[in-house]
Ligand binder design. Structure first.
Ligand SMILES: Cc1cc2nc3c(=O)[nH]c(=O)nc-3n(C[C@H](O)[C@H](O)[C@H](O)COP(=O)(O)OP(=O)(O)OC[C@H]3O[C@@H](n4cnc5c(N)ncnc54)[C@H](O)[C@@H]3O)c2cc1C
Length: 427
């Protein structure tokens, strides 16, 4: 029976290398030149391209893609362990070729693109020669596909796209937009006439598609397959977010523990105050519960499919938001006044908490999925009483031991007195 929670020593060596590389090479760039890893500025590229080459030489580039899709084929479990390291270092995902939203877009291009689409968009995306965005959410209907209004209509040898999208993250900077219409996902290249950028919210762009014409071969996957592709994309994205949340929680706990051992109050370090100990104990326990859930889900995907693991993925999505909220709040609280400033990473980590509850679909929607799928394996009981109705269970047990009870009056009396106690009045 396989039930092993250990990491292979060879892979642990790679994880250790990644951690050291992130600390020594990536963190200093992030501190001085935020955004450098995705920048097209030659000076920033000169800083980051050699690091990306080192990652490629180590065979750690685009590690989210399976071998048949062009990646190293690590699988989700190893990716989860790597993301625990990468996600603690700002631009490490970009330096390792695993940055969102490109990862999800590459996954569906790899799985559903034609050979021509892969040559034109997937391989340049994998090499970071181009960037992409996913344009799904609409202002009037959020991410509920039944409410989408964006259409794509075939006219001669073109598709004509009309609609409005909201929160298309990094849309303006992207070279290609994967636009979800009522009848499928279409690839729209930046600069195509009719793409109108409105005032968005920071990096999350608001865009209108006004009679945008693309050739017929810009449809990704089958016509009418948009929801299926989006589910695959978002399923993968959610588990990757959960892996990154595990990393954020660990970083907050590391900070919390260092602080608890360093800060003194009322004659002792705050780690010696019981209420501080409770905060550390609760945080550490929640972190490990989340980590095990995420690793189990990643393992399930490796051994079946994203579809098979969808209940677990929904559990990761909802649980990581809750646990991140609890741990981040405690960490900030333990840092006192320093915690509420922008002089540590904690405020930025806290600011991302409400986002976790909403992005990739509100938690409520995922809780409905969990509950619906869990209930599928249950049946209502027959008659008035539940299956665990003890008097009925005892009657069955008495039938099993009927011979013994008939032969032994003392044992029969014991059973009778137990039965009498069962009906005693509750005072
Ligand atoms: C940081 C960030 C990045 C994003 N990036 C992208 C992107 O790149 N591309 C893209 O297309 N989209 C993106 N989104 C959008 C994201 O997919 C939507 O925000 C999300 O799906 C929810 O839609 P909404 O914001 O319209 O919220 P709404 O659907 O309006 O939901 C608001 C609230 O209503 C309640 N609610 C909604 N539905 C239900 C229900 N079924 N049951 C019970 N309560 C419900 C919940 O309390 C919910 O929080 C991003 C969002 C964030 C926050």
């Amino acid at each position: 029976m396989a039930w092993d929670f250990s990491t292979e020593p060879e892979f642990q060596e790679q994880l250790d290398w990644v951690e050291q590389f992130c600390k020594e090479e990536i963190d200093p760039i992030d501190l001085l030149f935020p955004g450098a890893a995705k920048s097209r500025d030659p000076k920033m590229k000169a800083l980051c391209d050699p690091l990306k080459q080192t990652v490629k030489d180590k065979g750690l580039w685009a590690l989210f893609l399976d071998e048949e899709l062009g990646g190293p084929g690590f699988g989700q479990l190893k990716l989860a362990l790597l993301n625990e390291v990468l996600a603690q270092h700002g631009s490490a995902p970009v330096i390792f070729g695993t940055q969102g939203p490109d990862t999800g877009n590459m996954e569906i291009l790899a799985a559903h693109g034609t050979p021509e689409q892969k040559d034109r968009w997937l391989y340049p995306l994998m090499n970071q020669e181009i960037w992409s965005a996913f344009s799904m959410t609409e202002p009037q209907g959020g991410s509920d596909p039944t409410l989408f209004k964006t259409t794509s209509v075939k006219e001669g040898n073109e598709w004509v796209i009309n609609g409005e999208k909201w929160f298309t993250s990094f849309g303006k900077e992207a070279d290609i937009l994967l636009v979800m219409c009522q009848n499928g996902i279409f690839i729209v290249e930046q600069g195509t006439p009719g793409v109108e950028w409105l005032n968005g919210a920071g990096a999350h762009d608001h865009v209108r598609y006004n009679n945008v014409r693309v050739p017929l071969d810009h449809l990704l996957g089958p016509e009418g397959g948009g929801r299926m592709l989006a589910q695959r994309r978002l399923g993968g994205g959610r588990i990757h977010h959960a892996m990154r949340t595990v990393a954020a929680c660990k970083k907050a706990i590391d900070m919390m523990c260092e602080r608890a051992l360093s800060r003194e109050s009322h004659g002792k370090t705050i780690s010696e105050h019981q209420m501080v100990q409770e905060q550390i104990a609760d945080s550490y326990s929640q972190y490990h519960m989340l980590r095990l859930l995420v690793l189990w889900t990643a393992w399930t995907i490796d051994n079946s499919s994203t579809r098979e693991a969808r209940t677990q993925i929904a559990m990761c999505k909802t649980t990581c938001a809750e646990i991140q909220k609890d741990i981040m709040f405690r960490a900030i609280h333990m840092f006192g006044s320093l915690g509420v400033t922008h002089l540590t990473p904690l405020q930025q980590m806290w600011a991302s908490v409400p986002t976790q509850f909403i992005m990739d679909g509100p938690n409520e929607v995922h809780k409905v999925t969990i509950s619906r799928n869990v209930l599928k394996s249950y049946q209502p009981h027959e008659g008035n009483w539940p299956t665990q109705f003890l008097p009925a269970l005892r009657e069955e047990a008495k039938k099993k031991f009927a011979g013994l009870l008939a032969d032994d009056p003392e044992l029969a009396a014991r059973v009778d007195s137990l039965e009498a106690a069962q009906y005693a009045r509750i005072s």
